[in-house]
Ligand binder design. Structure first.
Ligand code: ADP
Ligand code: MG
Length: 211
């Protein structure tokens, strides 16, 4: 079984993973990380608790250019709890990495505070669709430089009625971006979203049990 280094994750991040007791990639991580590093569009289906967050966070970190202060990656997720959790996970992973800046954007937060933070360098934005659209409409965020887009827990976003917002947000991103979709289930609305916005996506399905 490969470890994270063999999958293409840098030493500093591998070290952090190890210190957290994360040594062996889960099946979804093992299959997704190399494809994302290659720049492929990916649809990953695996049940809750199989490690989908690190499956996209780790390769994205490898692809951020810290010399550039633009927003390069956008992660859309259905709830504020998930947005907080993912941004916390990213911050943990970059503990030993110089310069990668992450910002969480979600409802119930002080907008002025969010806006102030958005003025500095931000490489990765983790957001819920509603609040992000507010920022787009106020022109307080520019997503035209987003070349990596993640739709996390896509089925939950669908069930919460976020697809129109997601659709609008995708149009704000760079047109030849890399798109990744993660979901526990694949209802037809999700499949058609993928068809509309992805280019020859690789479909990765893992039926393994939880970590
Ligand atoms: P999902 O999004 O698929 O529901 P998460 O990404 O939230 O799952 O991961 C569930 C839990 O598993 C988290 O606590 C995470 O830290 C842990 N985890 C992720 N990858 C690994 C791994 N390779 N080894 C051990 N634990 C892991
Ligand atoms: Mg998840």
């Amino acid at each position: 079984m490969p470890d994270f280094l063999q999958l293409g994750i840098r030493e500093e991040v591998n070290h952090t993973l190890k210190s957290l007791g994360i040594v062996t990639p889960t099946p979804i991580q093992e299959r997704t990380i190399p494809s994302v590093l290659e720049g492929k569009d990916v649809i990953a289906k695996a049940q809750t608790g199989t490690g989908k967050t690190l499956a996209f966070v780790l390769p994205i970190l490898e692809k951020i250019d810290v010399q550039n202060s633009d927003v390069q990656a956008l992660i859309l997720t259905p709830t504020r709890e998930l947005a907080q959790q993912i941004s916390k996970e990213i911050k943990r992973m970059v503990e030993n990495v110089e310069g990668i800046q992450t910002l969480a954007v979600y409802g119930g937060q002080d907008v002025a505070h969010q806006l102030k933070k958005l003025k500095g360098a931000t490489h990765i934005v983790v957001a819920t669709p509603g609040r992000l659209l507010d920022h787009i409409r106020r022109e307080s965020i520019d997503l035209s430089t987003v070349r990596m887009l993640v739709l996390d827990e896509a089925d939950q976003m669908l069930h919460m009625g976020f697809l129109p917002e997601v659709d609008e947000i995708i149009h704000e991103t760079f047109s030849s971006r890399q798109t990744m979709l993660f979901s526990a289930t694949m209802p037809k609305e999700i499949r058609s979203l993928a068809k509309k916005y992805m280019v020859e996506p690789e479909f990765i399905e893992v039926k393994a049990k939880r970590v």
